[in-house]
Design a protein around this ligand. Structure first.
Ligand SMILES: Cc1ncc(COP(=O)(O)O)c(C=O)c1O
Length: 402
């Protein structure tokens, strides 16, 4: 084998959520009925008009390269939907359409982070944030948050973590993995602190459509003009994957100041070039077409959330906070430590996740992967009957083991 692999690979880990899905798939392949609570994707198809738009694009011969960071129609549609759903209006030259939101974050990492930089990431965090920072040779600075405070970063904790080396702060609202979301007052507190520092605020709003019980998602970018200099420092990451059930279509974007968008165009022009031309046409239809299915999905997820949270809380040893949004329940499972796993007591969240998969055929993701050991993440992007079935299966496995 020629030489060795690049040193930068020493510092990154494979995606644990994808690893758990692979294990669950392997178990399913043996004929087992696996309760797939590990996946972060909707269990239904995109709206009909989106599928039709993709077919029409194929028939029209939309099969060539497009502009690197997206067709003008999609950039315009993103600006309009940002106005409609987030209450502020970017211009098309601020938009970079990417191969999913993860790619938008990766492009930003390439464009912004370098060795010596610190990037503040509140924990629990989405797994890719620290890995992308490390891959660029920069340092993720993980700031703990408190479940009792809704897993939200406080202005005080942010202030304490900021240093002259801080290049960016990454906020996710509503959050993967906790489902916690920041109300306006909390966003304002963070903007106040950020306005005094020379660092980017990257806000991942991929789950912003999915908030429940009347919770109002408020975009930091909408409030930014009220805080000196913040409009020039805010970056929004978004996409159609979660809200329009289009995970496999791979369309995301970031909204940045123009100068950054220009750099991202260069980065992307030397890597993926444009996201799929057909998927871009479908995304235009998603953003500009009827939005009633999004509202219906929100109501459906709210019911699923209630079923999952109540189900988890009905298991002795499990405590689960009711999340404001996204489609994840993040449960404190430390009360299950000590349960017998093939002759040995379970001692951590990873062992617990494997025990659940092996003994209850329930796929979850261990909290340690998100910087929160002791917790498990359960996705409720699945129907209520499956949620009930999974909970019963956990209870039956516990009854046998205890
Ligand atoms: C918080 C968060 N951001 C970004 C993404 C990536 O989305 P996409 O599938 O569009 O790349 C995900 C997907 O799981 C996510 O949970």
């Amino acid at each position: 084998m020629p030489r060795t692999l690049a040193k930068r690979l020493d510092v990154i880990l494979p995606s644990p959520t994808l690893a758990m899905s692979a294990k669950a798939n392997a178990l399913r392949a043996t004929g087992a009925d696996v309760f797939a609570f590990s996946v972060g994707e909707p269990d239904f198809e995109p709206p009909r008009h989106v599928l039709d738009a993709a077919k029409a694009a194929v028939d029209k011969g939309v099969s060539k390269y497009t502009a690197v960071t997206g067709i003008p129609a999609l950039k315009t549609a993103i600006c309009e939907s940002t106005t409609r759903t987030r209450g502020w209006t970017p211009t098309p030259d601020m938009i970079s359409v990417t191969v999913g939101a993860k790619h938008a974050l990766f492009n930003l990492a390439i464009a912004l982070y370098e060795p010596g930089d610190e990037v503040i990431i509140p924990a629990p965090y989405w797994v890719s944030y620290p890995e992308q920072v490390r891959l660029m040779g920069a340092t993720p600075v993980i700031v703990e948050t408190d479940e009792a405070n809704g897993w939200r970063l406080t202005p005080e904790a942010l202030e304490k973590a900021l240093t002259p080396k801080t290049k960016a702060v990454i906020l996710c609202t509503p959050s993967n993995p906790t489902g916690a979301a920041y109300p306006e007052k909390d966003i304002r507190g963070l903007l106040e602190v950020m306005s005094k520092h020379d660092a980017w605020l990257i806000v991942d709003e991929i789950y912003a459509e999915l908030v429940y019980d009347g919770f109002q998602h408020v975009s930091a970018a909408k409030l930014a003009p009220e805080y000196p200099g913040m409009s020039e420092k805010i970056i929004v990451v978004d996409g159609v994957s979660k809200s329009y059930a289009m995970t496999g279509w791979r369309i995301g974007w970031c909204i940045t100041p123009k100068a950054i968008a220009k750099q991202i165009d260069t980065v992307q022009g030397q890597s993926t070039t444009n996201p799929s031309s057909v998927a871009q046409s479908a995304a235009v239809a998603a953003l500009t077409g009827p939005q009633d299915e999004i509202i219906a999905a929100r109501d459906m997820y709210a019911k699923r959330r209630d079923a999952m949270v109540a189900g988890l809380n009905s298991i002795p040893g499990v405590k689960c906070r009711t999340p404001e949004g996204a489609f994840y329940a993040f449960a404190d499972c430390r009360g299950l430590y000590g349960v017998d796993f093939n002759g040995k007591p379970i001692a951590n969240d990873e062992e617990l996740a494997f025990w659940l998969l092996e003994k209850a055929h329930v796929a979850s993701v261990a909290g340690g992967s998100f910087g929160a050991p002791g917790y498990l993440r359960f996705s409720y992007a699945t129907n209520e009957a499956r949620i009930a079935g999974g909970i019963e299966s956990i209870k039956a496995a516990l009854a046998k083991a205890r």
